[in-house]
Unconditional design. Structure first.
Length: 269
């Protein structure tokens, strides 16, 4: 039994989709969330910058009494995690859990991966999929318009559908039967993605898969909390008002007074 909190971070708001899955699966667990809203987006930045940001995010979370860190951000998980030195608590990114699930569900071994430019150019999803199953064929595409669409509330309707068509047509053509939604924001576009791809393609939500992975890890290591209900704290590096106004769409519930602003640069190496 371990009642310490789970640390979660993301480049901004999107990682709240991962927190939502954690709260659904593990309501007894407490979380400390950091959204780097002052430096978002990570997806279009250089590897060097993303690695530095992620080091600072982890150092900030380690100032709390936490038992594990979940990296909700697709870009941070694929670009930075392999370069992060040993950490005193386990650090779990979204890539491995999503890869594991995709390999479990694919029937024709043709898997699509979408994400930010940083994630797709880095190629970690593709590498891990192939390492685990050499006969799999992977088709990847960066979808740079998806994040701004979600952040502007345009998750349904014609614009979302046209963007989905633009980015997914090349993957549909390749007859993928499984698609990894390799970015925090993409689960919110599932309606448009489904409308274009149809029901025959299985969509993998890395936030959901990672929350399950965290649950299994805590269970196997006897680290689950025995509280009735966890509590949740939120930290941001920019405006609290903007975060609280937009968080509901990702978390699907309102965040009360628990948001605080911090100077993330203070946690530089
Ligand atoms: N959180 C990022 C991801 O999952 C998307 C937003 C960004 O580019 O920072 O890749």
């Amino acid at each position: 039994m371990d009642n310490r909190a789970i640390g979660v971070f993301d480049s901004g708001l999107g990682g709240l989709t991962g927190v939502r899955e954690l709260i659904n699966l593990l309501p007894q667990e407490s979380t400390v969330y950091f959204g780097d809203t002052g430096r978002v987006p990570y997806g279009s930045r250089s590897n060097q910058t993303i690695i530095r940001y992620v080091q600072e995010d982890i150092r900030f979370l380690l100032t709390f009494d936490i038992k594990l860190i979940m990296v909700a951000c697709g870009t941070a998980s694929s670009v930075a995690l392999p370069h992060i030195p040993d950490c005193p608590v386990p650090v779990i990114g979204v890539v491995e859990p999503a890869v594991k699930r995709a390999l479990e569900v694919t029937k024709n071994n043709r898997i699509g991966v979408i994400g930010t430019s940083g994630t797709i150019n880095n190629g970690m999803y593709e590498r891990l999929l192939r390492e685990n199953r050499p006969d799999v064929t992977v088709f990847s595409n960066a979808c740079p318009l998806f994040v701004p669409l979600v952040e502007n509330g345009l998750t349904d309707g014609e614009i979302a559908y046209l963007a989905a068509k633009e980015y997914l047509a090349p993957l549909k053509e390749k007859q993928i039967d499984t698609l990894i939604l390799g970015c925090t924001h993409y689960p919110l576009l599932v309606g448009a993605i489904r409308a274009f791809l149809g029901d025959d393609v299985t969509l993998i939500d890395p936030g959901y898969e990672t929350a399950r992975f965290v649950r299994d890890h805590l269970t196997n290591h006897d680290m689950l909390s025995d509280r009735k209900q966890g509590d949740h704290q939120y930290f941001v590096s920019d405006s609290i008002e903007n975060f609280s106004k937009n968080a509901g769409a990702f978390l699907q519930e309102e965040i009360g007074q628990q948001i605080q602003k911090i100077e993330i640069e203070r946690f530089g190496v």
